[in-house]
Design a protein around this ligand. Sequence first.
Ligand code: NAG
Ligand code: NAG
Length: 356
Amino acid sequence: MKAFTRLLTLVSLCAAAVASPTPSAAATSAFPTATSVVSGLHALAKAAGKLYFGTATDNPELTDTPYVAILDDNMMFGQITAANSMKWDATEPEQGVFTFDQGDVIRNLAQGNGQLLRGHNCVWHEQLPDWVAFGNFTFDELISIVENHCGTLVGHYTGQILDADKIRAEPFNDDGTFQEDVFFNTTGTAYIPAALNAARAADANAKLYINEFNIEFAGPKATALQNLITQLKADGVPIDGVGFQSHFIVGEVPGDLVQNFQSFVDLGVEFAITELDVRMTLPETDELLAQQKQDYETVINACLAFTECVGVTIWDFTDKFSWVPGAFPSQGAACPWDDNLVRKPAFDGIVTGFQG
Ligand SMILES: *[C@@H]1O[C@H](CO)[C@@H](O)[C@H](O)[C@H]1NC(C)=O
Ligand SMILES: *[C@@H]1O[C@H](CO)[C@@H](O)[C@H](O)[C@H]1NC(C)=O
């Protein structure tokens, strides 16, 4: 098998989680730990017919030797997403000046490990340099800026990215209206086909995804994205997949997850679970950890129900580097490995999920 398949999520509306590692103080040794004896989660995902089980990582974490030892295990993780270093502020901090050093570190790591790389992301309204956000560009200027950014970014990683995740990340508000960001305010929705077409032109084989959150259940936001996909397809714009970020809360995995996946699959797109984590209000308890295990299993099962679900990525594998405490005060413990890199019951939930 080709070690490096192409995964490119382009217009990922992906929320690229702003990684803000805030290790929780609680020692986890008092809690139950995982008991599964398996060669690795990616190995299980492959055996279940998926392309990968993967994780996000971020450049500053790569100095943590015990962390990297787990990350490098390609039986555990068959795919990697750069949490921050392929975003606009990191890759085109000044107009026309592209810097791929940090993104390349992640690319090289994945390549060295024989892991797939998922792009992340091309157009997003956060982590956007001021020159884009406050440039007062005309319609034509901004379209050309988007085309140049996405084309250059995807082009740099041509043949190395499986999904250009996030060609557009998070285009919608929760009520289904479009984000009134600089792209929408200046170009309406024209920047979306512009980004997708530029990405496709740069890498004909990378899968182009839109990445979103709060679309894992039926509602105005899921409907809005379905309408967008229908429109893009009607217009002949390339769109291959949907990234369901899947930042869940313990005990609150949507009951209509499978039904909702089906309503996207019916539009003729594949999908991936791109940023899975299951957070809780701290402190951890045995009960919360048991429910979290069940929740991870439920999500993996839902992916297994569809050949169109190509893989699952967790939004970093350890609570030590989770974005959750930085984004949701008093919440955390969202990952399958704890602060001390010990496997939690959630790990067993993923194992059971893949074993069907
Ligand atoms: C953009 O336009 C606003 C309003 O006209 C103005 O205040 C601002 O200085 C302009 N910004 C740039 C970068 O030209
Ligand atoms: C976009 O336009 C809306 C409505 O006028 C405004 O509230 C919002 O601040 C604008 N966004 C940006 C990024 O300029």
